[in-house]
Ligand binder design. Sequence first.
Ligand code: SF4
Length: 456
Amino acid sequence: MKNGAPSYEDLLASTRVRERALFLPLRTPNELELQARWFAGDFGKNFVGATGDKIDIVQFGTWNRESGPDFSDAAISVNGSEPLRGCIEIDLVDRNWDLHGHSVNPAFEETVLHVFVDKSDREFFTRTRSNRNVPQIQIDPAILPEAFSANIPLARPGRCQAPLGNLPEERVRSVLNAAAQFRMQKKAARIRAKIDNHGRDEALFQEIAGALGYKENKLPFTLIAQRLSLKSLLGKMADAEAILFGLAGFLESPDLAVYKKSAKNYVRELWDRWWPHRDELQRLILPHKAWRLSGTRPVNHPQRRLAALSILVREWPAFRRSLGKQDAAAVEKFFARVDHPFWKFHYTLTAPASPEAMALVGQSRIADILANVVLPFWREEDVDCWPQYAKLPARLTNRRLETAATRLFGNDPRRREFTKTIAHQQALLQIYEDFCLQDNSDCAHCPFPEQMAKWT
Ligand code: SF4
């Protein structure tokens, strides 16, 4: 508490939510309807598991729109235990767990509960790839009322929706600003730790590589930056691009026939420059499975991002100069100018050329680099960059952010206003992680609503 007013750190002094069924049920339950009814709480939240254990749903989690179990960030309690956090999978038949390959799929490793409707003739145990037994419960659609609305929410509004809805706009903004500054400070501390371990340039290079990888390919990009290092690439400048593509495992096919005419010369040159380094770096080449290519927009394909990283290496002194101006516009200008004669017109090494030129690093990626790397880096250098940070417009949203906005603001007409800047988006994510994801009471014991009411 500073000057009698609570700070974001004060808000973090505690915990959790309670939900109500938002809609009424189904006729013949297909799997999607079943999941929707489950999420709405229509089956209840206290069950007896297949082996007689008392299983309580502490948190229904959120709809998982990616591969893996149906709900993530859920929590259950077994025989009154401390909440077990993880995912929940719902199937029509218990043996679908095996038939659908969940038992060997690493994406299902975090599952804490398997829910099913029909039981097979034989005894069936739900096991993960690491052979962990997952508790099961059977649900009965016959108990459900008739009507069903297909309006499936991503998440349900939490208990804090009311106090936030009653707060004047300025006070909501003040809460969000405090949470955003707290998050920026945390990112600055993370960058500080990297600088201590690897030096300023390498830390920046690794952070930007990670940001170019997006959420899906952050890990392989970080691995490449760590394994190659900026210093080694600067020492082999002429071959840097080829080494990046080679280490990524993108130059493993020796058959030029798979490439379109427009790509052959470019690929041949990459190969010629990569082969002299290949033996030495062989052990570090990323396996194909390190990459997540499905669900990635073509324009965001990792090969295009890798080309952008290679240009960053080539232009490193210019990048550092733009950084030295401590002005977001200068850094934005640097990335907007990143250009490549091949990648300007290609989505991948094997795709046909596009008739239209495409930016190598788009506006939303630049904004992400500014918010997650550059401004926290300046913050770490004690530059007062909050005014710049607060102004950055938000260009994108994502599932976690929408979930957070739904939980905190529900249908508050001001919701859009509160998610228009990157700073406020980051603030919502911080609150979601600090309160919603720590909540084990379905909002009931979460301190956030009461803290909100006191916020000045
Ligand atoms: S902040 Fe707390 S009250 Fe609000 S939705 Fe999250 S857990 Fe519920």
